[in-house]
Ligand binder design. Structure first.
Ligand code: UDP
Length: 315
């Protein structure tokens, strides 16, 4: 049994991880200020004696003794982070600095949920970890991209200067139950629109690509990385290399929901990456991990989640 801090523990990924760690009888401290996380995601854990909720901003100093730290705290939705760029940058950079100081003081291993956004609008395809990326440092996505890049810098400097045990994972688009219904990510948006017989919003011409990984696969990779030997620091890409266009995603969602919704084309978003596909060779060799969920199977589980979410909303 370990004492584990999960910052951003009430978010989409954080709450799935908290659930597993609590089930395995670890003492879990969930740190969240509910900026993008939600109390609903963790309400079923609140009665567990080995789960504690700390409602606090990750950039505020903390003094607790822990064995492991997982850092997810940062809004990940372009809609939200572009509305609150300063808060986003602070949560990535000051939050990481704060947690790294904590890891250094308590000798804890620390995991950083980094992102495919560190590659920006990539000119190399698929993206290996050795690629330095193509990021606009002053654009509307920079608060997130540069915030996460700076966080990676801090992680590696704490590792080199103070030998802190770091685990940096670059997570590509993940989807599944408990995605926020309001933060405008493409999978949740299109499923909700299809279920509600509304037009499916497509930004640009829908030819841009993403590679979608089901949440269970991502969480398994995160656990494997935390348990890996100390010399495995990352960065390691985690995602599903099966790439699809947004138009292909929309038509699969229409087919699986049996919806008769139409497509509605809206202006392309500024600096929206044109293509994104992870190279996961490193995850295969260093973590013996590969994704197991085909898109169709993961989407069916996600559709079932949003169906019951909408039903609860009505009841
Ligand atoms: N997108 C879309 N319709 C939506 C939401 C998103 O066409 O309702 C597009 C968006 O422009 C981007 C892709 O889907 O090209 C993925 O967007 P998301 O916000 O989910 O994540 P990103 O990978 O951009 O961080």
């Amino acid at each position: 049994m370990k004492r584990i801090l999960v910052s951003g523990g009430a978010g989409f990924l954080g709450s799935h991880l908290c659930e597993q760690l609590v089930d395995e009888e670890n003492e879990v401290i969930c740190l969240d200020n509910f900026f993008s996380g939600s109390e609903q995601n963790i309400s079923h854990l609140l009665s567990s004696s080995n789960f504690k909720l700390l409602v606090q901003d990750v950039s505020m100093p903390l003094s607790i003794e822990v064995d492991e730290i997982y850092n997810f705290a940062c809004p990940a939705s372009p809609l939200l982070y572009q509305r609150f760029p300063i808060e986003t940058f602070k949560s990535s950079v000051l939050g990481s600095l704060n947690l790294l100081e904590l890891a250094k003081a308590s000798g804890a291993k620390i995991f950083q949920a980094s992102t495919s956004e560190v590659y920006g609008d990539p000119l190399l395809h698929p993206q290996p970890e050795s690629y330095f990326g193509n990021v606009n440092p002053i654009g509307p996505r920079a608060c997130y991209d540069e915030g996460k890049r700076s966080a990676e810098t801090l992680f590696f400097d704490f590792h080199r200067q103070y030998q802190v045990g770091i685990k940096v994972m670059r997570i590509f688009n993940t989807y599944g139950p408990r995605m926020s219904a309001t933060d405008g990510r493409v999978v949740s948006n299109l499923i909700l629109q299809a279920l509600q017989r509304k037009n499916l919003t497509i930004f640009g011409d829908g030819s841009q690509t993403r590679s979608f990984c089901f949440v269970e696969d991502t969480i398994r990779a995160i656990r494997l990385m935390m348990a890996s030997p100390k010399e495995i620091t990352g960065p390691i890409n985690v995602g599903n290399p099966t790439e699809c266009t947004i138009l292909e995603l929309a038509s699969l969602i229409l087919e699986l929901t049996g919806s008769s919704s139409q497509l509605s084309f809206l202006p392309q978003r500024t600096d929206d990456p044109v293509q994104r596909q992870p190279s996961v060779e490193l995850a295969k060799t260093e973590l013996s991990w590969q994704p197991t969920y085909p898109l169709k199977e993961g989407l069916l589980k996600t559709i079932a989640y949003f169906e019951s979410f909408l039903k609860k909303d009505v009841d």
